[in-house]
Design a protein around this ligand. Structure first.
Ligand code: HEC
Length: 197
């Protein structure tokens, strides 16, 4: 190696070493602080409001009801902008659509994400209540009353040809709705072993 190159390499090693040694205490000091100084502890009431699981058999559903007709107007106001006028246009997830004979094989169809709808994929009607109440509308989750959620769920089930146009969805009727994809899932009770069943 020629001398100037050797001197250059040595200088670089020295400078790099000096930087690391200088920075080391700061790295150690900058560990995550105990508190960031914002937010407030959740109250029992906050937790009660957020703790709203609805199980497949309907436990956790609030005592209320809603109709397809009410749901139709609410859908137009609060949902159609993102899911399309009839639930099939997007731009976001398609909510409506069934294949003839319910033949959509979502386990094998490579386009299943694009084709997945409430009518061909969701195993439980009660989950629809849970999800819409918890997560929709996307821009204001949690803003719908229980009557509004039951109504828009009734409307979406109607649009998917699962309940008739005069259906009333409530804590009593929603768990009785049988979904077309209800028998297309298996209970995953594996412990260890293969990852794909
Ligand atoms: C601002 C846009 C927006 C609005 C308004 C909106 N959604 Fe959504 N919705 C989304 C997005 C984005 C997703 C996908 C979210 C994800 O995958 O995490 C979604 C997903 C869903 C899904 C799940 C679809 C599936 O099969 O996985 C349902 C059901 C749904 N929305 C219902 C509604 C209902 C009912 C309303 C009106 C009360 C509504 N949405 C309003 C954007 C919106």
């Amino acid at each position: 190696m020629r001398r100037p190159v050797l001197v250059g390499v040595l200088l670089s090693v020295l400078v790099a070493g000096a930087i690391i040694i200088d920075a080391w205490p700061r790295v150690r000091r900058s560990q995550t602080p105990e508190r960031f100084g914002f937010g407030t502890p959740a109250t029992t009431e906050d937790i009660r409001q957020a703790n709203t699981d609805v199980t497949p058999d309907g436990r956790g559903l609030p005592h209320d009801s809603g109709t397809v007709a009410q749901g139709e107007s609410l859908y137009g106001l609060r949902c159609s902008g993102c899911h399309g006028a009839t639930g099939t246009e997007g731009p976001f997830d398609h909510l409506v659509g069934r294949e003839p004979g319910d033949s959509f094989n979502f386990g094998r169809d490579p386009n299943f994400l694009a084709k997945r709808t409430i009518g061909n994929y969701w195993p439980y009607a009660t989950t629809l209540y849970d999800y819409v109440h918890r997560a929709m509308p996307f821009d204001a989750p949690g803003s719908l009353s229980s009557n509004e959620v039951y109504s828009v769920v009734a409307y979406l089930l109607y649009r998917n040809q699962i309940v008739p146009g005069n259906a009333v969805m409530s804590d009593r009727t929603l768990p009785l709705v049988r979904m077309p994809a209800g028998d297309r899932f298996v209970v995953d009770n594996r412990s260890g072993g293969r990852t794909v069943r």
